[in-house]
Every structure is written in C-alpha cells, then in structure tokens.
Design a binder for this molecule. Structure first.
Ligand SMILES: [Zn+2]
Length: 1017
C-alpha cells in the first residue's frame, strides 16, 4: 500500500467531511482518548493508544451510530518550560534528544527555546501524524489547553469547586530542583522517575555531655552550653518505637554540621540541630531560614549520650557505617527489639573489637539490651531477633536484611498491639498509636515532620540533586472529603470498566487519595481566579474537558470574554442565574465579579450549543493508559461527580497497557522508541495499525518486533492478492469484473458452500462481539486469521471447480470478499477503501453497513445471534457435516498407510436409523448409564435384536462423552455431495451404501452415527 494511496483516501474523507459529527436523530457514541501532551514526537506507543478509539469509532459508525471522536492538546504545565530553558542553555543531552530522537529539523531547534513554540510545533506534528494514520477525528473541535476560550472554561470550573468548598489552602511538599529553582515532574528527571515523597517524623534527642557523672571534660568538646542546647534529630517512619530506643547511630565517616532557624511553626525553634552536611539541602528547603553554625566532628559525639525526648532515658551515641548521610538528617535512632537492621548492627558492633577499643565502648555496648514495645502473636518479646534468626541474616551487609525489615514492618503495622508496659498507648493498634504518638510529640515540641524521597538519588536533568521543598500557601483540592469520595464511588458503581480488574484499583485510589495540590508557580496554564500568583496545574485542568469537546466548535466564533460563569452554567445545567440572589460577599473569595453572571451570548447560539452538549453527553467511553488510573482517571471521576448530575456521569472506561520495543520498555528520553512517522513511511499506516491492533489486546502490554511487523505486511499483501484472484475467477467465468454492490444471489445447495457461508457468519459474529468489548486482537483473530484459514480450506475443497467455476462458487467468493472488506475496514481503512472502490463497492466502505446487519446468508432463515432457529439449518449441523467429510478422508488415508495397498474401491456404510434413535435416547438420559439407555430403547422398541442393542448401547456410552449428539444428519446426502472431493483425496473410487446389501466382510455393523464404517477392496 503506497503512501500516495493512503493520502488519497485521507483527502477524500476530508473533502466529504466524513468524520464531522453533528447532533441528529441517530443514536450516538461519544468517545475520547487521553489528549496528548505534545512535548516530543509521536512514537509507536502513542500509535496504539490512538488507534484503538479510531477502530472502535469506525466500527460503531458502520453499525449506524453517530460517533464523535475528537482530539485536543494538553499543553499546560511545566515540562516544556524546562525543555525550552535546556535548549536555550544548549544542554547537549536535550539537543541530542530533540535532533535525533524527535527528529526536529536543525533550523527549527533554536525556535524551541520558546515553550509556546514547543507545544505549537509538536501539536501540529501530532495532528499531521494522526492524519497520516487515517484517524477519523472531527478536527473542528480541536483545541489547546492554553486557548483563551479553554481558560475561561477552566476558570468557571475552579470557581465552581471553590464555591462548593472543595478547595482549601495549605502547605505542600514538592519535588524541587534547587539549581533550576523550580518544582520538577518525572519528565524533568535524569534519575529517580516515579520515586515517591515520604512523610517522616523527626525526633529531637538532646545531646548530653559525655559521661554524665564525669567531671573530667578533657576528652569531650564543650558539647553543650547552657543557652545552646544541641539535638540530634533522626527521622523515622515508626515514631511509636521511640519507647524501644536503646542508642543512636552516627556514621563517623560522614561530615556533620550544626544548624538553626527561628521558624516557630515547623522548625528548630531556635534550637541547634546536628545534621549531616548532605541532608542540609533537603532540610533547608523545608525549614525556613535554616542557617549553618559550623561543622562538628562526629568523633566527639560518639560515646556521648542523648536524652530520649519521651522516656527521658539516656542512650549512648554509637558508630555505624550503615547510616546513610542523604536519608533523613543523617542519624538513626536504634530500636534493636523491632528493627532488624538495628539488632544486627548492635551484634556487629559487639564483635568489632577495633571500634569498641577506639571509642572505649565496651561497658556501654555490653549493657544494651533490646526493648519490647509491640506485641504480636507468634513472635517473642524481641521480634527483630526472631526474624533475623529465621531468615538467617548474617550481618549488616546481608541482602536478606531488607526482607527481614519489610516483613516485620508489615506484620507490626497490620497486627501489632502496643505492649502492656508502655504508658498511655498500651493496647492500641500500632497503626493508630503511631499517629497519636506522633501528634502528641509534635505538640510537645519533641518532634516535627520532615519529607524525604523514598529512594535516592533523584537527579534533575541539569545534573543537580533534587530535594523536597515545602511550598507555602498552596491550594488543594479536597479529595480527602468523605462526601466527595462517596459521590465518586457512586459514579464508579454505574460505570463500565474494561478490563474489569481495574475497578478495584479505582476503588483503592478513590479511598486513598489525599488532598491534591492543584496550583503551581511555573508553567503554561490558567491562573487561579482568586489568587493570580498561582497557575492551575495540568492534572487539575484536564478532568472534565470531554464536555468541552461537545461545544468547542461553536466557541471559535465567540469572544472569549463572553464565556463567563453565566454561559457555562446555562449550557451545562440550563441554569438561569438571577443576579439579585448572588451572595456578593462570596464573589471575592472565588475571584469573580458580578458581571461574570450576566449572560452575554445570543439565545439562538446558546440553544444550539445546549442541544449539542445534551446530545453528546454523557461521555460513553473514556480511553486512557493504566499509569493514569491513580491520577487523571480518578480525578476525572471526582470532578464529574462534583460538577455534573448523575445523568451526565461518564458511562465507560477502557484502560490500556504499555508499549515495549523488541522486549524493552519504550522511552523517548532513553532513545528507545520508533517514531510513528518513521513506521508509517516504512510500512504504511495500515500495516502499523494492523500490527498494533493484532499483537495484543488494548489492556495488555504490546511489543513492537520488526520481524512480526513484516509478517503483518505479508498478511495485508495476501488480502490484495486474494481479491485479485477472485476477480480473475469471475472474469474467467463470465467475462465481467467483480461488482461488489451487485452480487448476484444464488441459492446454495452444495454443502461446502453452505459451510463457507456459515463460517463467514460465525467469524463476523465473533469479531463483532469482541469489538463491542474493545478486544481488537480477538476481533482480528476471528475476522482475519481464522477466517483466512476457513477460506483456505474452502478453496482447497473447491479446487476442482476453480478452473471452471459455477455461479455458486462465484457468489460465495464475492460474498466473502465483500464482507471481508467491511470487517477489516476499521483496522485497515485505506486498503479497504481502495479495494472497495476497485471492485465496485458503493460509496465509502467507511460508511458502509457493518456486515452483521447486511444479510445475504444463504441459510434457510435469517441467522441471528442464536443460530438454533427451527427453520434454519443449524450452524452446528453444517459444521459437523464438513467435519465428517474431513474425517472420512483422514481415516481412509490412515488405513491405506497401514495396509500399504491402494484399494480399487472403498465402501462406506452408514448407521441405520435405530442407532441414531439409541444415540438420541442416550443424549436424553444424559449420562452413559447403559442399563437405563437399554431399558428405554427396549421400551420404545427401536430394534428387534436385544443383543445388538446392548452392544451398540455400550459403544454409544463411550462415544457420547466425546461426541455431542446434535440430531440426525443425513449422512448419505452429506457424503454424496462431497463424493468427488473424497474420491480425489483418497485416490480410489468411493461408494456410499444406503444399506448393507453388499457387505462381504460384514463391516456395516460397525457404522455408528457421525462415524460411518469402511470396507476396502
Ligand atoms: Zn535542575
């Protein structure tokens, strides 16, 4: 398929406005797929994402639905800002990515220094490639999320949510690059993609002088002076273990510093903290005005004591190499009873004579015993010891240590109870006590909150280590609001979810989601109407944009200033706002003025837009990728639940898997991608489409393998050859070419013709069912691969006719081609239009009816989904008949091989009526109960010879477990019909006997229903 031909059809579709959908009387389908964030070129992974909805849209159009498949560009957010500045800085990695992976021409590269140009460049590129793929998009509704009209739509939404009290103010930790001075998303990272931010409790341990009762202070620095109390501040996930603390770990090989700040809200409160130098960047982004007072040598601290902030016990400071200076504040408090790492580190230290001597720790270390805090069934008082011993962890470096830690963390969190001897919290579940202890310590200034990455390092593209920064006065969507969650759950209950297992993920996320920071300082986007220093972040401005598609084509002619709250309220809810009833005190808090509630658009236009919206809404299907379930897809449900009434809630969701390239994860930033435009140039859009749709179901991960793509191309070539072959058969017969719009009907009598039409019907039926559930792969299995197998079989069975075809053969072959072009057209639309036009199809095949409705099946009745209609030849009888023909040929050839002679004649004997009756009785009985079958057979008097009945009943009993009884088949008719074929296949004369008048070797008695007996001579 040449690119010119594909282009030709794309032009023709465009000229005929084939995919422009307006509201009318027909039933509608409205589907959307996640609109792309175009900051790079489209690759084959995107190809799959956007081909699935196109296939479905095309399929539904052929079924007679009015289908709307729109597209827009999600260009808000910060990533392009970073890209633009890196291009400006001539960052070699970024330049290489854009020149060589995204294929941006050299003369365009410098223009990408402007973020607006990046989104313009790539959304144009996306649009063009989508056209090249043949997507049936209604481009009149195209928009970018930075369009002034879209911004008005976003302003209206956010004001509405604020008014509903679903937005609040607060502080918020974000991933941040200190060098770029900007929050970073996964897009912006060189390392640490997807790493989460953990909330830790930072506990304040007061450092007391070395050797409390020692008056000789020579060997210790002047650690504390009266007005300068120092603290070590280890951070933990498990503040409740403070009761089991026995010592504190410092790493003698790490640089430590002393810091302080005056931040009273969340900080040191004027205290001096000792932290590792490497943790300063992170902590100083969370505590205001953190100042470095100077270095401190850890050697001077080891052997000294600290005071437990809660129990007030004194614990020694001990050396440990496992302490990571980057994590938390670079120190760890030790809970050997419940933390396997602490337990083993203590054991290691006890055995390390060198360290013990160096710091004179002998007496101190020997005194330390693990303490119990938490009680768990089946564990001893010291659970850390149990786990260490069971898993046979040898030392701190043992990789099994992590498993031990994880196991104990999980068990204690879910099943642990605070032990009896612990004050206040005894008897509480660990998960509850943990929160209570944390709150209590914070209120007493014994602890504070800090944030850290779950894993290190997290590195910005600029090469700088990222930190967690607290952003002040941030705005939050209140996803933790229980009422809002309940409405969203209600929405989910009424939505179709494909694949079904995603439903529980969505349920989980609805429950799990906390308040979401919905504003950012930097990026492209819409400003918060009531606090204009903030931009609305890109997950928040893409929640109900599907409703915008329904009206987008009208908005282009309206002044964006007129798209105010009154407009959207009227369009979406038919709300007429009475200015007099507006609470004017509220206006300020949502950033509105009274004019926003005066309708400024003409009523005629309003009516038309309203009609369009109410025709297309609710959304029928939302398609998206599985990595967006926890954000985009959940938010989409939350916001629909808040803003729209239940009758306009989304109806269905399909969630996609990911793309692999030759077995590896696709990634633009790692250069492991094939651009969609390159793939189209190499193979043509239809081959790309066919491969993407046939290699996996949408929710499975697919793997682009070049060898298989080439194989797909051969399939499509074969289809063209098949069409040509039929054309030549037709020409051969009656000197006229194929005319698919005028296939001459023939009443079929030959069994094999009926069989072929029946198979065609089954394949179409199965493919239809599969497509209804978005199973593109299964649909192609049925409609391409299995159907091709059937056609191959048919052509083989009729090979003796191909030289001199009859009308029936031509009818069957033309019918196959005619339906086949229709069923494949959603998948390979260009090829199908070309074949359709070439062989006389009427109009566009894209507009033709889906074949299941377009009936010409030759059965005695119109087939329906349930083929067992009285007057029909049941489908399974047709199938069974052909199966019999095939097994006779197979049986004869096998016997011939064994006896190694070519018989002159082969006699075929058929089962007499009474054996069929016996089979029917056995089927009635439903199990191989010979006694019962015999009894009924004798009762019905089906045969005189009881001995024979008994013999055959046994056989039937065995047979019925393998072969289902489907009624009596006229075997004589079936086999006579195929006699030429059978004779040719076995190379002998075949005689079918109606009775046993010629049966020299008494073989006829072996004949069973569906299994004739054979005699060769
Ligand atoms: Zn940076």
């Amino acid at each position: 398929m040449s690119k010119e031909i594909e282009k030709k059809w794309q032009e023709k579709w465009k000229e005929s406005k084939l995919f422009q959908s307006d509201h009318d009387e027909r039933k509608k389908i409205f589907l959307t797929v996640a609109y792309p964030y175009p900051s790079g070129a489209m690759h084959i992974g995107h190809g799959r994402t956007y081909t699935v909805p196109d296939v479905y849209a095309r399929f539904k159009r052929m079924q007679g639905y009015n289908v709307l498949f729109p597209m827009g560009w999600h260009v808000t957010g910060a990533p392009v800002i970073g890209i633009a500045s890196r291009i400006k800085d001539k960052d070699p990695w970024t330049l290489d990515l854009y020149e060589n992976v995204h294929n941006v021409p050299k003369n365009e590269i410098s223009k990408l220094e402007d973020p607006e140009y990046i989104v313009k460049y790539f959304s144009t590129e996306y649009h063009n490639v989508m056209d090249d793929m043949g997507y049936s998009i209604d481009w009149r509704r195209e928009f970018r999320t930075t369009d002034p009209t879209y911004k008005k739509f976003i302003e209206w939404q956010i004001k509405k949510l604020k008014k509903m009290d679903l937005i609040r103010k607060g502080n918020h930790p974000v991933k941040y690059c200190p060098h770029c001075d900007n929050p970073v998303g996964d897009h912006d990272l060189l390392e640490g993609e997807g790493v989460g931010v953990n909330e830790l409790t930072l506990l304040k341990f007061k450092i007391i002088e070395k050797n409390d009762n020692d008056t000789n202070k020579d060997n210790g620095d002047n650690i504390n002076t009266a007005n300068n109390v120092k603290y070590l501040v280890p951070a933990t996930f498990r503040p409740e273990t403070i009761y089991g603390s026995t010592n504190l770990w410092l790493n003698p090989n790490v640089e430590y510093i002393q810091v302080t700040s005056d931040d009273s809200e969340n900080g040191t409160n004027g205290e001096t903290w000792v932290i590792s130098k490497e943790s300063f960047d992170n902590i100083s982004n969370q505590i205001k005005d953190l100042k470095i007072l100077g270095d401190i040598d850890p050697e001077t601290l080891i052997g000294a004591h600290i005071e437990n902030p809660v129990t007030k016990d004194h614990h020694p400071i001990l050396p440990a190499s496992f302490v990571d200076p980057e994590y938390g504040s670079g120190s760890v408090f030790s809970v050997p009873g419940h933390a396997p790492a602490d337990y083993i580190a203590l054991e290691d230290l006890k055995n390390n004579k060198e360290l013990i001597e160096k710091y004179s720790l002998k007496d101190i270390v020997n005194k330390i015993e693990p303490l119990n805090v938490v009680t768990i069934k089946k564990y001893s008082e010291i659970p850390a010891k149990d786990v260490i011993e069971r898993l046979n962890v040898k030392n701190q470096e043992d990789p099994k240590l992590e498993e031990a830690t994880n196991e104990l963390y999980k068990v204690e969190h879910s099943k642990g109870i605070i032990s009896k001897h612990i004050p206040i919290y005894s008897g509480e579940r660990v998960s509850i006590a943990r929160e209570n202890i944390k709150k209590d310590m914070i209120s007493k200034n014994q602890a504070t909150i800090m944030y850290d990455f779950a894993e290190h390092p997290v590195i910005c593209r600029c090469g700088t280590k990222c930190v967690v920064k607290i952003m002040d006065n941030q705005w939050f969507l209140k996803y933790s609001d229980e009422e809002w969650k309940d409405e969203t759950r209600k929405l989910l209950r009424n939505e179709n979810i494909i694949p079904a297992e995603v439903r529980s993920n969505l349920e989980y996320y609805i429950g799990w989601l906390e308040d979401w920071a919905c504003s950012r300082r930097i990026g492209l986007g819409t400003k918060l109407p009531w606090d204009k220093q903030w931009l609305i972040e890109p997950l928040t401005d893409s929640t109900i944009y599907m409703s915008y598609y329904t009206i987008a084509k009208y908005l282009k002619d309206i002044n964006s200033e007129d798209l105010n709250d009154a407009f959207f309220e009227k369009i979406f809810f038919d709300n007429d706002i009475n200015i007099d009833t507006i609470d004017k005190t509220q206006l300020n808090s949502i950033g509105a003025n009274i004019d926003d509630f005066r309708l400024k658009v003409d009523e005629d236009i309003i009516n038309e837009i309203q009609n369009e919206f109410s025709y297309w809404y609710p959304l029928d299907w939302r398609l998206s990728a599985k990595d967006l379930v926890g954000n985009h897809l959940s938010f989409h449900m939350f916001h629909h639940a808040a803003i729209f009434p239940p009758e306009n809630w989304p109806q269905g969701m399909v969630v996609f898997g990911m793309g692999l390239l030759e077995g590896n994860k696709m990634s633009s930033s790692k250069g492991n991608v094939i651009l969609l435009s390159d793939a189209i140039n190499e193979y043509g859009a239809d081959v790309v489409r066919l491969f993407l749709m046939s290699s996996a179901e949408p929710w499975q991960d697919f793997d682009w393998r070049e060898k298989e793509v080439v194989g797909t191309k051969r399939r499509l070539d074969w289809f063209f050859e098949f069409a040509e072959k039929i054309e030549s058969i037709k020409m051969n017969k009656n000197k006229s070419s194929l005319d698919l719009s005028n296939i001459e009907r023939v009443d079929l009598t030959r069994k094999i013709d009926l069989w072929m039409m029946n198979q065609l019907y089954i394949r179409i039926n199965d493919a239809t069912t599969a497509l209804e559930g978005f199973q593109t792969r299964k649909a192609l299995q049925d409609s391409l691969f299995l159907l091709k197998k059937d056609v191959d079989h048919y052509m083989y069975r009729t090979k003796h006719l191909l030289e001199d075809p009859d009308e029936a053969l031509i009818f069957v072959l033309s019918s196959i081609l005619e339906s086949w072009i229709r069923i494949l057209s959603p998948f390979t639309p260009h090829s199908c239009e070309e074949l359709w036009a070439k062989y006389g199809g009427e109009g566009f095949v894209s507009e033709a009816e889906w074949p299941i409705k377009y009936q010409y099946f030759p059965m005695k009745c119109t087939p329906t989904l349930n083929l067992k209609v009285d007057s029909c030849i049941p489908s399974e009888v047709i199938e069974k008949s052909e199966e019999m023909v095939q097994s006779i040929v197979k049986d004869i050839n096998e016997i011939k091989k064994i006896v190694d002679v070519t018989p002159e004649k082969i006699h075929v004997y058929l089962a007499p009526d009474w054996k069929w009756m016996l089979y029917r009785i056995a089927d009635d009985v439903g199990k191989p109960d010979i006694g019962q079958i015999m009894g009924r057979a004798i009762g019905e008097n089906i045969h005189d010879n009881k001995k024979e009945i008994a013999e055959v009943a046994k056989k039937v009993g065995r047979e019925m477990t393998k072969t289902r009884y489907i009624g009596k088949i006229d075997e004589y008719e079936v086999l006579s019909d195929a006699l030429d074929f059978i004779s040719e296949e076995v190379g002998s004369e075949v005689i079918i006997h109606k009775d046993n008048s010629y049966d020299p070797q008494n073989k006829a008695r072996n004949a069973m229903p569906y299994k004739p007996a054979l005699f060769m001579e």
